[in-house]
Write a protein that binds this ligand. Structure first.
Ligand code: PEP
Ligand code: MG
Length: 566
């Protein structure tokens, strides 16, 4: 049995598929038989083109023509007579195929990266992809494709990156096990959204488990049972059925308003990553979207989505939601969310670095393109804009000024948009929390991002299992900041929501009711559970609990106390 962090509820029983990142290192050699080496290179290119065509066809079916064309473009690049000719010349001079390929690709990557325009820069990312693809074939390294995993698969990986998880087919993957990541890592958030049981931070999972081995993933307790016996299989099948029954009982809360036992009404929204997730929001009875993580539109591709592609995505989500609220968070990249084609420099401290609103304010074309797409889509629904990682009032002002600039450009072109679109702040840094009184005067709404707020306040990385004992939104310091943010919002008459994972935490809910939160934004599968929990609290009872909690001085004390009242 292996232990880890329970990250997505449910029991999964299936066969292991290990996702390994292979090393593409090799020792450059001088070759004697240059004809044979050239042939080896040409064979690798043919295989690469064949694989790429297949992938493009699949992508055309699942996502669309534009994405498929990007991949087809890779074939044109590697078949380019100049590039191939130069590589073969190097091979004729005695270089092995690997180093000839790498030499020429690196030259093109450097050339494209140095260009001024975005489009040419993106070609560097294309060449990088091609280099990795052909090099993998030359070195005999097999990449496992998550999207084509067979049904009944349990994915096992050191880490599942957001772009890897974006390719998961929910019908085939019955469980996820990783060596890193906590409850609020993006793998966990995605696993919950897909309702796939997940256990993260399982030490040495990749070396301890084998491809094809049967395992049970208990995402409730955070346990993995390798090669289970008959009795264990029987017990866990029963446990899985009981879990599914409870999930069915929650159906009684479908179609109801979200009200406390004393009658206060709340908004219960969902967090989404793609426009199609808006369907899940409606299906799970979410009353709107409190957080659209737009970076997912930028992932799993080789170039920045165009204004029209983004407009289509935002408009699609708005139309699915009809008149329901749709809070669109502007691009939040950097930190644990890398976009290789942007060529972001590696940073010592990515969470403290050039990410989110900081990157957008310095890359105005990219930012204005997104704002234009959002504003155009605002003519089709109740769309609001939210800026991530705000730390100063100046950032909010600068962001709002750009919104105004884009608005006047659209006015000039007589393009429709919502003139009164609201602009809110994601409250996820300690700085923003401390100056919530100042920000509340200039923002239309707040949404508390407890995932980052907890990390920044506790100075602890949400994915690092060594410091996970500190990472809790129930820490007295984090609770004080949450309370302060909500009080500043209430004083300035702006709504305050919460879109971090703490919004769905049963222990946190009475505290949030007491502090005066008005909107909860959670993953789609949590909607009915949160509605049920809210319905069990009166405002007075919640106040009593909150008063006790706020007088306590340790997370453990708070946790132990809350366990007795929920
Ligand atoms: C947060 O930080 O709480 C949040 C919701 O944003 P993300 O998890 O996307 O960083
Ligand atoms: Mg965040």
């Amino acid at each position: 049995m292996l232990n880890g962090t329970p990250a997505s509820d449910g029991i999964g029983i299936g066969k292991v598929l290990i996702i390994e990142e292979h090393s593409l290192e090799y020792t450059p050699k001088t070759v004697e038989d240059t004809d044979a080496e050239s042939q080896r290179f040409r064979n690798a290119v043919d295989e690469f083109c064949k694989n790429t065509l297949e992938q493009a066809e699949n992508l055309r079916k699942s996502t669309g023509d534009k994405e498929a064309e990007i991949l087809e473009g890779h074939i044109a690049i590697i078949k380019d007579p100049y590039l191939c000719g130069e590589i073969e010349k190097l091979i004729d001079d005695g270089q092995c195929a690997e180093s000839a390929l790498e030499h020429m690709c690196d030259m093109f990557i450097a050339m494209f990266s140095a260009a001024d325009d975005e489009l040419t820069k993106q070609r560097a990312a294309d060449v990088r992809d091609i280099k990795t693809g052909v090099l993998s074939i030359l070195l005999g390294v097999q990449e496992v494709k998550i999207s084509s995993a067979p049904s009944g698969t349990v994915l096992v990986a050191k880490e599942l990156t957001p772009s890897m998880t974006a390719g998961i087919n929910k019908d085939n993957i019955v469980g996820i096990i990783t060596e890193t990541g906590g409850k609020t890592s993006h793998s966990a958030i995605l696993a919950r959204a897909l309702e796939i049981p997940a256990v993260l931070s399982v030490e040495n999972a990749v070396s301890k488990l084998e491809n094809g081995q049967q395992v049970i993933v208990d995402g409730i307790e955070g346990i993995v049972i390798d090669s289970p016996d008959e009795v264990q299989l029987e017990n866990y099948t029963q446990k899985r059925n009981a879990f599914l029954t409870e999930r069915r009982e929650l159906e009684n809360y479908r179609g109801r308003k979200t009200v406390s036992a004393s009658g206060e009404e709340y908004e219960l929204f969902c967090n989404i990553g793609k426009p199609d997730d808006a369907v899940k929001t409606v299906e799970s009875d979410g009353e709107g979207v409190g957080l659209f993580r737009t970076e997912f539109l930028f992932m799993d591709r080789n170039s920045i989505p165009t204004e029209d592609e983004q407009f289509d995505a935002y408009k699609k989500a708005a139309l699915i939601l009809k008149d329901k609220s749709l809070i669109i968070r502007t691009l939040d990249i950097g930190g644990d969310k890398d976009l290789p084609y942007l060529g972001l420099a590696k940073e010592e401290n990515p969470f403290m670095g050039f990410r989110a609103i900081r990157y957008c304010l310095k890359n105005r074309d990219l930012f204005k393109t997104q704002l234009r797409a959002i504003l155009r889509a605002s003519a089709f629904g109740d769309i609001k804009i939210m800026f991530p990682l705000i730390t100063t009032v100046d950032e909010l002002r600068e962001g709002k000024a750009l919104v105004e600039e884009v608005k006047s450009e659209l006015r000039e072109k007589e393009i429709k948009f919502n003139e009164n679109i609201q602009v809110g702040v994601m409250m996820e840094t300690s700085s923003a929390a401390v100056i919530a009184d100042l920000l509340a005067k200039e923002a239309d709404f707040f949404s508390i991002g407890t995932n980052d707020l907890t990390g920044y306040t506790m100075a602890c990385d949400r994915g690092n299992s060594d410091v996970s004992y500190l990472y809790s939104a129930l820490q007295p310091s984090v609770l004080r900041l949450i309370k302060h943010i909500i009080e500043c919002g209430v004083k300035n008459d702006i709504p305050v929501g919460m879109c971090g994972e703490a919004a769905a935490n049963r222990m946190m809910i009475p505290l949030l009711i007491s502090f005066g939160l008005t909107e909860f934004s959670v993953s789609a599968p949590s909607v009915l559970k949160v509605r049920k929990t809210i319905s069990t609290w009166t405002k007075n009872e919640a106040d009593e609990v909150a008063e006790k909690v706020m007088s306590m001085s340790s997370e453990k004390e708070i946790f132990d106390y809350l366990k007795t009242v929920i």
